[in-house]
Write a protein that binds this ligand. Structure first.
Ligand code: 13P
Length: 257
């Protein structure tokens, strides 16, 4: 049975001390469930200390970004090879990186490949802006994002990939409109179909697709119940331990319904 993935994207928040306190609280309030994979994505400086603190049976770590090259004169960057053995996952192509840091389709594709080359599972983030949605471009935009990012992988490599569908207009800091589950299901189906076109039925069945965008404990259930939804990527609510623990509880309930 496929695990439900609940991932916390802490974005550029929390000092090392605050991150450590939050992990302590999460540890007290979350039980280990074999069928739920809980992923924490803190900022870079908190990764190393947290890796020494967390219960690795309960939590996996993710980076929020990394650079394509393994080493060299790229001032200010951190490479996937430096994150090897420190994180299990890395967010790639988050809309904040596409919008604020001009990450193109090709940069995102190269990052997916660099992550896999270094034994790190990419969480590929895709999603249309409010403008693209209004213009009826959702399907084209998401299809392009998925097919470019996942081009040229082997059938073993595609198994490492997780996809997060985060419509930009639903992310709390970009407006946080509440997305209708039916609308989300339509796009998730398209994403799975895009994987099918590229890599066939087994890859499409196997790949996990997460929903992200203003997810909270009282809304996550409706998304997790969708046919093509295998988990959630949580921003703001993941900074509040009761809320995040509530999301994990809800995920457990949905998985055991
Ligand atoms: P919010 O949950 O704050 O809307 O953020 C979603 C997100 O961007 C997670 O990556």
């Amino acid at each position: 049975m496929k695990q439900t993935i609940i991932a916390a994207n802490w974005k550029m928040n929390l000092t090392v001390h605050e991150a450590s306190t939050l992990v302590h609280r999460l540890n007290e309030n979350i039980k280990t469930h074999r069928d739920i994979e809980i992923i924490l994505a803190p900022n870079f400086v908190a990764l190393q200390p947290l890796s020494l603190e967390i219960d690795h049976r309960k939590f996996k770590l993710a980076a929020q970004n990394a650079y394509i090259q393994d080493s060299g004169a790229y001032t200010g960057e951190v490479s996937f090879s430096m994150l090897r053995n420190l994180v299990s996952y890395c967010l790639i192509g988050h809309s904040e990186r596409r919008i604020y840091f001009n990450e193109t389709l090709e940069v995102v594709r190269d990052k997916v490949q660099a992550a896999i080359r270094n034994g790190i599972r990419p969480i590929l983030c895709v999603g249309e802006t409010s403008h693209e949605r209004t213009n009826g471009e959702t399907r084209r935009v998401v299809h392009d994002q998925v097919t470019t990012a996942l081009s040229n992988l082997t059938s073993e490599e595609i198994e490492q990939v997780v996809i997060a569908y985060e419509p930009v207009w639903a992310i709390s800091t970009f407006g946080g409109q509440v997305a209708k589950p039916d609308d989300i299901q339509k796009v998730m189906k398209l994403i799975r179909h895009s994987v099918y076109e590229l890599y066939g039925q087994s890859a499409a069945d196997h790949i996990s697709i997460l929903y992200g965008g203003s997810v909270k404990a009282d809304t996550v259930g409706a998304y997790l119940a969708l046919e093509d939804c295998n988990g959630a990527l949580v921003g703001g609510a993941s900074l509040v331990y009761k809320e995040f623990a509530g999301i994990v509880d809800r995920a457990y309930q949905v998985a055991h319904q």
